[in-house]
Design a protein around this ligand. Structure first.
Ligand SMILES: Cc1cc2nc3c(=O)[nH]c(=O)nc-3n(C[C@H](O)[C@H](O)[C@H](O)COP(=O)(O)O)c2cc1C
Length: 179
């Protein structure tokens, strides 16, 4: 399978990238192709909602790094959404990419074999902290006709080192192994 890992955090060495690395360490890379993209290093502007893409066969009026990312999105069998919780949802770098899926909505919705995973973390420790990001993720998958293979949220983790007090790294590795 082609596994595309979209990392939204600006912290290349942070909590959610550590979860992504743990997932990757479990993946059998002799069987699967893994591509990990640091979205904070890309220039991907928010959707303008201008509908240019609807009149121009999915082409976006904004000429930025999304054009190079889209073929990977379309080709992936599994997309791993990796984001810190920012104000109870995806962070802006990842949300901008998801919003730009709009240009190819119709094609993505026909890819009903596609699978997804959510890896996230938050500084708060209350169990309701990820309610918003979980709801966004599952509603998005329902709309796209994709299936979730799992979600992991590390709570009480302001920084990567706090992951050691959780079982999330082991869970992520196990999820990678299961692919
Ligand atoms: C702008 C901003 C918003 C945040 N919002 C939340 C939040 O709503 N809930 C929460 O539990 N943690 C929140 N946090 C904490 C981060 O989710 C947490 O520090 C996470 O481990 C960062 O992951 P990273 O190192 O992968 O970027 C926020 C942090 C920032 C900088």
């Amino acid at each position: 399978m082609k596994i595309l890992i979209l990392c939204g955090s600006p912290h290349k060495n942070g909590t959610t990238n550590a979860l992504a690395e743990a997932l990757i360490s479990g993946i059998d890379q002799s069987r699967h192709e893994v591509e990990k993209i640091q979205l904070a290093e890309k220039k991907i502007a928010p959707c303008l909602g201008c509908e240019y893409c609807k009149r121009n066969d999915g082409a976006c009026v904004q000429k930025d790094d999304m054009a190079a990312l889209l073929p990977s999105v379309l080709a992936a069998d599994v997309i791993v959404f990796v984001s810190p919780i920012y104000y109870f949802g995806f962070n802006a770098q990842l949300k901008a990419v998801i919003d730009r899926f709009y240009a190819v909505n119709a094609r993505l919705k026909l890819q009903t074999q596609k699978k997804a995973i959510l890896l996230t973390a938050g500084g708060g420790k209350e169990e309701w902290i990820p309610d918003g990001i979980f709801a966004n993720y599952h509603t998005m998958l329902r709309y796209l006709n994709w299936t979730s293979l799992g979600q992991i949220c590390a709570l009480n983790c302001h920084v990567k080192d706090q992951l050691a007090q959780t079982t999330c790294l082991e869970q992520a590795k196990e999820l990678g192994r299961s692919l």
